[in-house]
Design a binder for this molecule. Structure first.
Ligand code: HEM
Length: 508
């Protein structure tokens, strides 16, 4: 992808800044990857002896959310409808896994990342970070506004019903066998919610009495297949005493064990099959939803850009992620072009505590950046480029464009702190054809889906100049929420700025 792209930028962060710097929804909160490091970790019981894991819950949740898909009418699929209590209350969705999962991941949703995207990325991380293959992740899922119709297979259903259920969701019988094996490489069946399948195990190392699908239940491998083929499996859906609920046995055996035998014989085949099928499972979305390209990390990514107009000056803060590096003493230089056609430069120091990582440290990134760099606000900024140890990073000549048409102005001020009354001044660059300027705030509705509200900033009746390049448009705020600035310039919606709030401005 190419910078700037707010959606892919946010998805890149979600997907690749898994642990460490920039990984949380706000600076001090942990990234999603933290909750499966180690893969035995289970948020609701940190004793290490519960028999459960977040990784297993996340994979099961993604599957149950997807399994309502009906390819004939294009309804259902991975759309976070599983977050609704009415869907979780169904017998097909028994257990607390779904609520646990939503609680951990949905805080990472924002206006560019749906709750469904966070569910999908959590499943990707569970596989990848816990011994499984890499999975191509796309974003762009759209959150359902109501529960989907039921449709998740249950262990007591017949083989024909399972084949029909998977066909409805777009998967063949062989793909069904594979997908169940991929998922059931993790976790197991709990006594508490399936007492007819699993007895109370009375095991201090498995306090929630989870009978696991294979011996390596917190990480991915082909033991689910090799133990099944060897006849040593303790999978309760294969060797359970009640044959009615032995769904894995019926499914795995439905082609004479051919698929499971191939997986037992080849860990590579199992991993590559799961990589493809899990990606397809996660990309099973309601018709009309357009997914993005596969989200790859930008090698050099400017992020968290904050620039504000302070009289004649522009004050500029920026983070830059250098992907696949651990070196905090590189020469990272930011070059920027201004409206006068001049090129300026500054060396960016490494960020203290500025490292992030993905897939169990398979990939690491170091962060460089600058706080409150001040430069000529009249000259402004049009494009950034970077050099890293002398190598130019400029998106193949495009540079990294920066909009400075609309900015917060430090002339904004607060009349009263309690109750809040503040005047927000938006500096609009002279000569740009701004037909509309607005503040935007993102909140979350009762279902956790992001909602964006807008406050128009009216054009001034009489121009108030900030400097020779900018004039002010103003509006009053009576709350302390975070707002970004957006605008329509020459009929095009421009990228919103970073978010600011009333209390950050001096008294009037
Ligand atoms: C016919 C299809 C399926 C049936 C009948 C089925 C049934 C079950 C049952 C009864 C459990 C126990 C849940 C619990 O006690 O917490 C379970 C767990 C699980 N299932 Fe499935 N499943 C099916 C397909 C899948 C698929 C396709 C996936 C993912 C690709 C999947 C992933 C999981 C995972 C990861 C767990 C473990 C959850 C945990 O330990 O917390 N299942 N499944």
């Amino acid at each position: 992808w190419t910078y700037p792209n707010l959606q892919l930028d946010a998805l890149d962060t979600l997907r690749w800044d898994q642990i460490g710097y920039n990984s949380g929804p706000n600076p001090n909160s942990p990234g999603i990857g933290t909750f499966i490091a180690p893969c035995t970790f289970f948020t609701s019981d940190t004793s290490g002896n519960s028999g459960r894991s977040n990784a297993a819950d996340w994979i099961r949740t993604a599957y149950h959310d997807m399994a309502t898909y009906n390819q004939t009418d294009g309804t259902g699929g991975l759309d976070a409808s599983i977050r609704f209590g009415a869907e979780q209350a169904r017998p097909e969705n028994v257990g607390d896994a779904f609520n646990n999962t939503i609680n951990v991941v949905s805080g990472h949703a924002n206006r560019y990342v749906s709750v469904a995207d966070t569910l999908a990325v959590a499943a990707v991380m569970a596989f990848e970070n816990c011994g499984g293959p890499q999975i191509a992740f796309r974003g762009g899922r759209v959150d359902a506004t109501e529960p989907n119709v039921p449709g998740v297979p249950q262990p007591q259903d017949t083989l024909d019903a399972h084949i029909a259920d998977f066909a409805r969701s777009g998967f063949t019988q062989t793909e069904m066998i594979s997908l169940v094996a991929c998922g059931h490489s993790f976790g197991g069946v709990q006594h508490a919610i399936f007492p007819d399948i699993v007895p109370d195990l009375d095991d201090p190392t498995d306090t929630q009495s989870v009978q696991h699908f294979d011996t390596t239940f917190t990480n991915f491998d082909n033991n689910i297949a090799s133990e099944y083929i060897a006849g040593t499996t303790q999978n309760p859906l294969v060797v359970g005493s009640n044959i009615t609920t032995n769904s894995d046995q019926r499914i795995f055996g439905s082609d004479g064990n051919a698929t499971m035998l191939s997986f037992a014989n080849s860990a590579e085949l199992f991993a590559s099959t799961c990589s493809t099928l899990i990606a397809r499972m996660l990309d099973t979305v309601p018709s009309g939803v357009q997914l993005t390209e596969v989200v790859t990390p930008l090698p050099v990514k400017p992020t968290n850009l904050v620039h504000i107009l302070d009289g004649d000056n522009m004050v500029f803060t920026l983070d830059v992620r250098i992907w696949n590096s651990t070196n905090t003493s590189m020469a990272v230089v930011m070059l920027w072009d201004d409206h006068n056609g001049a090129t300026n430069s500054t060396t960016l120091p490494a960020r203290r505590l500025g490292t992030s990582s993905a897939i169990n440290d398979l990939y690491k990134a170091t962060w460089y950046g600058v706080d409150e760099l001040t430069f000529d606000g009249v000259a402004g900024i049009t494009t950034m480029r970077f050099t890293v140890n002398g190598d130019l990073e400029d998106q193949n000549g495009l540079g990294f464009p920066v909009q400075d048409s609309v900015l917060f102005s430090t002339s904004s001020c607060s009349f009263s702190r309690n109750p809040i009354l503040a005047r927000i001044d938006v500096a609009v660059r002279n000569g740009v054809n701004a037909t509309r300027v607005f503040l935007e705030h993102t909140s979350f509705d009762s279902t956790g889906a992001p909602v964006v509200t807008r406050i128009d900033v009216p054009p001034p009746t009489q121009a108030v100049a900030v400097n020779s390049a900018y004039s002010v448009w103003s509006t009053n705020l009576t709350d302390n929420l975070f707002y970004t600035i957006g605008a329509e310039i020459d009929g095009t919606l421009i990228n919103p700025t970073w978010a600011n709030q009333a209390q950050n401005f001096k008294s009037c």
